[in-house]
Write a protein that binds this ligand. Structure first.
Ligand code: SAH
Length: 214
């Protein structure tokens, strides 16, 4: 079997065993997870592990999230293709690529310049034209392009950043892991100016860094 087929088979298995057998039911999310080549987003030495049910290291002490968590967070946003989405924590660019398949525009912020540049180059190479990458502290959001229909945070702050709440459009959704070592994935909805929060599942993400930590 050549590499293309091998990775496609592994993706199929990932979708069947890790996503469908759990609670990923959104057809468009499943299709995007089957389409996007996760192995392109991991370091060469981990390519053969790209489709396992785990997060993987991507350098600089950071990780690409477990496929199920990427799918779950995406499914929670209930995208219909017209949204402007803000992602905090570009990392490898994998979650951003999945969002590019399902939303109109993706704005993504990464605090580690090398990761931001690598992800931007890779997404360009893969042909994504609806993604905008910024190097910076995502705690502050991206006010120039606010408000956003959806916000997805892939690093964990110990509280929900107020700038992100402000930059969420009314009627919009945010998914964010909140806590220290162990975190809860929280779904935040803004309705008529009010904020509603729902805990989804316990998760473990890398911490949200601030400029002062670097
Ligand atoms: N979504 C990524 C997951 C990356 S892990 C993927 O699909 O690969 C989380 C990322 O958040 C790391 O790359 C980390 O450097 C970044 N990060 C941490 N604190 C941040 C902050 N304050 N602003 C932006 N990015 C941050």
């Amino acid at each position: 079997m050549n590499n293309v087929d091998k990775f496609y088979q592994q993706r199929l298995q990932m979708v069947e065993l890790q996503l469908k057998r759990r609670d990923i039911v959104d057809k468009k999310v499943l299709d995007a997870m089957l389409k996007v080549e996760r192995h392109r987003f991991v370091p060469k030495e981990y390519q053969n592990l790209a489709y396992i049910d785990e997060p993987l290291p991507i350098g600089y002490g950071q990780t690409i999230s477990q496929p199920y968590i990427v799918a779950l967070m995406t499914q929670l946003l209930e995208l219909d293709g017209n949204e402007k989405v803000l992602e905090i924590g570009t990392g490898s660019g994998y979650q951003a690529a999945i969002l590019c398949e399902l939303a109109k525009e993706v704005y993504t912020i990464e605090i580690i310049p090398e990761l931001a540049k690598r992800a931007e180059a890779l997404m360009k190479e893969l042909g994504y034209k609806n993604v905008y990458v910024k190097i910076g502290d995502g705690y502050l959001g991206w006010p120039e392009y606010a408000p956003f229909d959806c916000i997805i945070v892939t690093c964990a702050p110990d509280h929900i950043p107020q700038p992100l709440i402000e930059q969420l459009k009314d009627g919009g959704k945010m998914v964010i892991p909140v806590g220290d070592v162990y975190q809860e994935l929280v779904l935040v909805e803004k309705k008529a100016g009010k904020i509603y929060k729902k805990n989804v599942i316990p998760v473990r993400f890398v911490p949200m860094l601030r400029e002062k930590d670097k």
